[in-house]
Design a protein around this ligand. Structure first.
Ligand SMILES: O[C@H]1[C@H](O)[C@@H](O)[C@H](O)[C@@H](O)[C@H]1O
Length: 551
């Protein structure tokens, strides 16, 4: 594959021949104007040009508004750590380990189910309305928990909210990546991850502040209804993605949306962009194919077209590594762990860990397009393993019953090592595997993107479910030392997966990713191609090395 040189006629890629744009195109895109028989569609043109425009303020508004979904994902998974130590007897009983595991994992189970259907619903009804649907689930779930008087009401509330979380976790990055100009896509998707980790920090912060407030956890849960309601209202006024509109045959509307994203683009450039999208998104199903047949064909394409299957293996594998490294055991239970080893304000200590996660997601934001996804993972996943080994050793030497013997664990040197090692773990995690898997939509061609991202997101939540429902039992049965050593081993396996299966996809456009995966995982080829592609964008964008990812 020769990097970055494609025919505008064939690929629809932003990286194409340097033929100049046509001057005679119509601004109105009826169906015939973008039919392949149309003269304009047959001309060669410079489709890099539109990608070199500055990003509009509208794109930033869209990204921030969509990222409220990420915030809710983070907040709703984050507050449970504090809530579990605050609930005490407010649900009529003292929570057992089983109750805590169920309350926590019911969200992951709901999210797993939500993620499974989200991609298909988004393909049928559009991305925008799926976000609204997730908001309704957030509101109902939070309402049920805020007023919960029993453990089961709490579990059901968390389960309903989980559906919202699962749907939102898939749809927000999808919405952003389908809206984003190619060269800003990597970073814009990381903004959603910043919102997730920021949401976790805020949940922990409010949790720490409300620790001693009677029924404070109800306030903590209730607060989540504000952003959910706000996003629902704002989204009513925001557009669908151009891709969905094109696929639905609403090309003029798609062009209008593109006009708001590429605010300074010429009419010609916008028309050609729509033509590109048509080539990418047009349905391959014969006219009149029913829903069941469509689903069957999409499944078939995803699992039996080798390139798609490789994309699926990578996307699901990365999401699996993200979850089975054990990070979320800390998000959900760090306060419980710190409390059990004798920290006085356990939630405040947990806050240090989530803040580290947030700060290093900012680092990822700065380097993801520059350094590349693969390189970041190869350089960070081994560090997670190392940090967990240190943590495991420190737990081994930590005196039991620290609370009774010392008053506060913070005075113990092994306790400090635990905090330090978990901060190190969080830093390595957040820079790499915490966000790279959310770039998943760039791996799939449009015809299997909804289903492919559903499968990958479901893998994420399945991992989260397993971790959240087994972590406390593991602590009891194989001790914290054994538990963290186990996760260190899984991180090592995760590193091997990244090394052998994940090619570098940064700076590639969609055709290049598909092409790359067609006949193998092509790790070496992908790494070699990077320099040439970066160089090409640098010269075209006059020194801007903020290169594109995919269409
Ligand atoms: O990308 C996010 C982020 O890393 C969060 O901290 C974590 O809780 C989520 O599971 C993950 O998907």
């Amino acid at each position: 594959m020769s990097p970055a040189v494609y025919s505008g006629k064939d690929s629809g890629s932003p990286v194409k021949t340097k033929t100049m744009p046509t001057k005679n195109s119509s601004s109105s895109l009826d169906n015939s104007s973008i039919d392949s028989s149309c003269p304009m569609a047959g001309e060669e043109y410079d489709s890099v040009a539109i990608e070199l425009h500055r990003m509009s303020a509208m794109m930033i508004i869209l990204t921030i508004t969509a990222s409220i979904s990420g915030f809710l994902f983070g907040y709703d998974t984050g507050y449970i750590s504090a809530a579990l130590v605050m609930i005490k007897e407010d649900l009529s009983v003292t929570l057992t380990t089983g109750d805590k595991s169920l309350i926590t994992s019911s969200t992951s189970l709901g999210a797993l189910l939500g993620a499974l259907i989200a991609g298909t619903i988004a393909d049928i009804h559009g991305r925008k309305w799926v976000i609204t649907g997730a908001n309704i689930l957030f509101l109902v779930g939070a309402g049920a928990q805020t007023g919960a008087k029993t453990v089961w009401t709490m579990i059901i509330g968390r389960f309903i909210m989980g559906w919202g979380v699962g749907i939102a976790s898939l749809i927000a990055p999808l919405y952003i990546s389908e809206m984003a100009p190619a060269r800003f896509r990597g970073r814009l998707v990381v903004i959603n991850v910043l919102a997730i980790t920021g949401g976790q920090v805020i949940a922990y912060g409010i949790g720490a502040g409300l620790t001693n407030v009677h029924n404070g956890w109800r306030i903590l849960v209730g607060i989540s209804m504000i952003p959910a309601a706000a996003q629902m209202i704002i989204f009513a006024f925001l557009p669908e993605t151009p891709r969905f509109l094109v696929r639905a045959g609403r090309k003029d509307e798609a062009k209008a949306v593109l006009n708001r994203i590429y605010a300074s683009a010429s009419d010609d450039e916008l028309d050609h962009k729509v033509i590109d999208l048509v080539k990418f998104t047009q349905s391959t199903f014969p006219e009149g194919t029913g829903l069941v047949k469509r689903l069957y064909l999409t499944f078939y394409d995803l699992y039996f077209v080798p390139g798609n299957l490789r994309a699926l293996i990578i996307a699901c594998g990365l999401q699996g590594v993200q979850q089975f490294c054990g990070w979320n055991s800390l998000v959900y239970f760090s306060a419980t762990v710190f409390q059990s080893v004798g920290f006085k304000n356990a939630t405040a200590v947990s806050l240090i860990i989530t803040c580290t996660n947030f700060l290093f997601t900012c680092v990822a934001f700065l380097i993801i397009d520059r350094v590349g996804r693969r390189r970041i993972l190869i350089c960070t996943v081994w560090g997670m393993s190392l940090a967990l080994v240190i943590c495991s050793i420190a737990f081994h030497y930590l005196p039991p019953n620290l609370l009774q013997s010392h008053g506060n664990a913070i005075d113990n040197k092994w306790a400090s090592v635990i905090i330090f090692s978990l901060m190190l773990f969080a830093a390595f995690y957040a820079t790499g595997i915490g966000n790279v898997p959310w770039q998943q939509s760039e791996l799939f061609p449009m015809n299997v993107r909804g289903l492919g991202t559903s499968m990958a997101t479901a893998t994420n939540w399945a991992g989260s479910l397993v971790v959240s429902s087994t972590f406390l039992t593991m602590l009891n049965n194989i001790t914290p030392t054994g538990t963290f050593a186990f996760y260190a081993g899984l991180c090592a396996v995760g590193w091997c997966f990244c090394f052998y299966f994940y090619p570098e996809t940064a700076n590639l456009n969609l055709e290049e990713v598909q092409d790359l995966l067609k006949d193998g995982f092509n790790i070496n080829k992908s790494v070699e191609n990077q320099k040439a592609i970066k160089q090409m964008y640098k010269s075209r964008a006059s020194g801007d090395d903020f290169a594109p990812t995919s269409v």
